[in-house]
Design a protein around this ligand. Structure first.
Ligand SMILES: [Zn+2]
Length: 229
């Protein structure tokens, strides 16, 4: 597990990343990797002297299987409360399939391949979250609505050490610069979400599928935003 800032760690896998906030109220897990990775989450937590039963909250950026995958298993083992956005909650609960990533619209041959990926086990959600929606999130995370990658995609801002943005899949980073990434496309909803992120101040940004931006991250988002006007 890699330390991002004090008390915040990244669990990296080939498919996606998940984030751990080790707090006084317990462990908050942001995203949960693909299905059947609970053992990997458990061994990552053991590195910081924690166990699965210490997880008190599971907070989800969006409903794709590589982020929700192990949520049900971790919840079963810990009793953690689950937080998901209104726009993605039906897919998190398993009532509908998550929408395919936007890249599938550009490359239709990907759709049958994407369907082969294992569906995540349904997850019970206690808290519906969204920007401006009332209710406190663990660690006072601030919700930023970033629709585009999925209809209800959200990012999270942790007000610590100059600000840490947990972007999810709304963007990726390449050599310290913000990019839409392979999974997104240039269209008004996506770019509006990235311009919205650029309105906030934060030193660092971490992503679902790329390396972090370790400093000057909100300036990097503003540079990208300016390029979309
Ligand atoms: Zn995704």
């Amino acid at each position: 597990m890699d330390a991002i800032i004090s008390g915040v760690h990244r669990i990296s896998t080939r498919q996606s990343g998940a984030y751990v906030i080790d707090g006084d109220e317990g462990v908050t897990l942001i995203d949960t990797l693909v299905p059947k990775r609970e053992h990997l989450i458990a061994s990552a937590l053991a590195e910081i002297g924690r166990s699965i039963s210490d997880v008190s909250a599971i907070v989800l950026t969006h409903s794709h299987d590589d982020h929700v995958g192990s949520a049900a298993a971790v919840k079963n083992a810990s009793g953690a409360a689950v937080y998901a956005s209104a726009g993605d909650v039906a897919a998190v609960r398993g009532e509908v399939r998550p929408p395919p990533p936007p890249v599938a619209d550009r490359f239709p041959f990907l759709k049958p391949i994407i369907r082969l990926f294992p569906a995540h086990p349904p997850v019970t959600v206690e808290h519906i979250i969204g920007e401006g929606v009332e209710g406190r999130l663990p660690e006072d995370l601030l919700v930023i609505d970033t629709p585009g990658h999925t209809p209800g995609h959200v990012s999270f801002l942790l007000d610590r050490d100059g600000g840490l943005l947990i972007v999810g899949d709304a963007a990726v980073a390449k050599k310290g610069e913000v990019r839409r990434g392979y999974m997104n496309r240039a269209e008004p909803t996506f770019d509006a979400s990235l311009r919205h992120i650029a309105e906030f101040e934060f030193e660092r940004a971490v992503f679902g599928h790329s390396d972090p931006i370790p400093f000057g991250a909100s300036a990097a988002f503003r540079r990208f935003a300016a390029s979309t006007d």
